[in-house]
Design a protein around this ligand. Structure first.
Ligand code: HAM
Length: 422
């Protein structure tokens, strides 16, 4: 059997890896600006953590988990994380922060695993850049998170549309749930097979039905069932978004695929990814920390689908930038020794240098310099070495001149600064 990559898993090579790195870098910069600090947590957790948070009736837990029984005495069932939120909450409780210092602001970056049917923008391993804020029950926090996502997408030059909704809380949600149940039972014959299952186990998910969106459009809306505090919370979120100039639409069918949400939910949707158009998603989850054994602390957050953003990005932006400034060509052993020190000097001037093999001929080496897109080639043979010079060739302008070895780093830095590329 050929040892090929697994279905739904990706090798990110060259420009693809750079696009993903660019998204991560941009998200970190924006998060730091919002005074959010990094948290790093394990990729493996107990399966039960996800059953009790993401939700036993969610597709993620029911159908998509990568889990296995560990060989310890208790035969613990472990799972590769399908999302970051439960692990961050677990770590927060583990560290005792929910009681000692509940207001915390975290971001995380890393791989998540879901055994979904692969398609464009949907992978079995993908990266999320997530943010979780604990100890802030106010609507301003929800709005600020969306404003932050807007800042992030603008920094990348990406068009998205925000969809927002409120699912209510423990006080008003039961009435909404009951109304959905009643509506579902009344439309039993029209519901798809999946929805028959959803109806009894989690009627909110009826609204998520991809098979019959038209039918779901006639279903009860959460906004009609919100209690006064939830209504006020949502109105404040809307007001703050409007004031910040973040364009959004209210989507009353936005219930999200995970079970822990209360009040505000949102998604940022991009037309550039295809069917998998949600590039960022999140919302409030005020009961989750308590449900996982912690104190009654509010929570709210979101996660960026890093690969989806990378797909949506204007390809050329991510694809430029990494060609070397200099291809260093040394011929003969003595020149190669001297070139190693020269490369260090040039790199210390913050230029990108690739040293080419000293064991190949000049013609092959110039071809290589061309292929990697180097701006300059520096050529150093026995003759140049003896005279303390190098040939500095501008490969884009096809011009060449001789420069003293000691002056070459400065000359290159000036030339690159004068004619930056990408
Ligand atoms: P989610 O909607 O399941 O929410 O995932 C967030 C984002 O991750 C999605 O909008 C999408 O961009 C990306 N994503 C999800 N599944 C895949 C996949 N199979 N392939 C590629 N990208 C994918 C959460 O995970 C919540 N933890 C978000 C959150 C944080 N809510 C509050 N705090």
């Amino acid at each position: 059997m050929a040892l090929t990559r697994l279905r739904g898993f990706q090798d990110q090579i060259g420009a693809d890896a750079r696009a993903v790195a660019l998204v991560e870098e941009c998200a970190r910069t924006v998060a730091e600006r919002y005074a959010i600090g990094e948290i790093r947590i394990p990729i493996l957790e107990r399966l039960e953590l996800y059953q009790r948070s993401s939700g036993e009736t969610s597709d993620v837990v029911e159908k998509q988990m990568y889990s296995f029984v560990d060989r310890d005495e208790a035969e613990t069932t472990l799972a590769l994380r399908p999302e970051g939120t439960p692990g961050v909450v677990r770590a927060y409780i583990d560290a005792g922060l929910d009681r000692s210092d509940p207001e915390q602001r975290f971001y995380y970056y890393g791989p998540m695993f879901r055994r979904e049917r692969p398609q464009k923008g949907r992978f079995r391993q993908f990266n999320q850049f997530g943010v979780e804020i604990f100890g802030r029950a106010d609507a301003a926090c929800d709005a600020e998170l969306m404003i932050m996502v807007d800042e992030f997408r603008r920094a990348l030059g990406l068009e998205v549309e925000f969809e927002v909704n409120s699912l209510g809380d423990g006080n008003c949600r039961p009435a909404f749930r009951a109304a959905l149940l009643e509506w579902g039972r009344a439309h039993l014959d029209d519901l798809c097979e999946d929805c028959h299952q959803r109806l009894e186990r989690n009627p909110l998910r009826l609204l998520d039905c991809k098979n019959d969106a038209k039918l779901a459009a006639g279903a009860p809306r959460s906004s009609d069932y919100l209690c006064d505090p939830c209504r006020k919370h949502f109105a404040t979120v809307e007001e703050l978004l409007t004031q910040a100039g973040v364009p959004y639409v209210v989507n009353p069918r936005l219930v999200r695929g995970l079970d822990y949400y209360t009040r505000t939910t949102f998604e940022a949707v991009s037309k550039a990814v295809g069917a998998q158009s949600a590039v960022v998603a999140g919302g409030r989850y005020d009961g989750l920390i308590e449900a996982l054994g912690g104190a009654a602390v509010a929570g709210t957050g979101f996660a960026i689908g890093v690969e989806r953003i990378a797909i949506a990005l204007d390809a050329s932006r991510a694809r430029s930038k990494s060609a070397p400034d200099v291809a260093l060509i040394a011929m003969g052993e003595a020149a190669a020794f001297r070139a190693m020190a020269l490369a260090r000097t040039i790199r210390a001037a913050h230029l990108r240098v690739e040293m080419l093999s000293p064991e190949r001929g000049l013609k092959a080496l110039l071809r290589r310099a061309d292929k990697i897109g180097a701006h300059f080639a520096l050529i150093m043979g026995e003759n140049e070495l003896a005279r303390g010079v190098v040939q500095m060739r501008d490969l884009t302008a096809s011009a060449q001149r001789e420069v003293a070895i000691d002056a070459v780093a400065g000359e290159l830095a000036a030339a690159v600064a004068a004619a930056p590329r990408g």
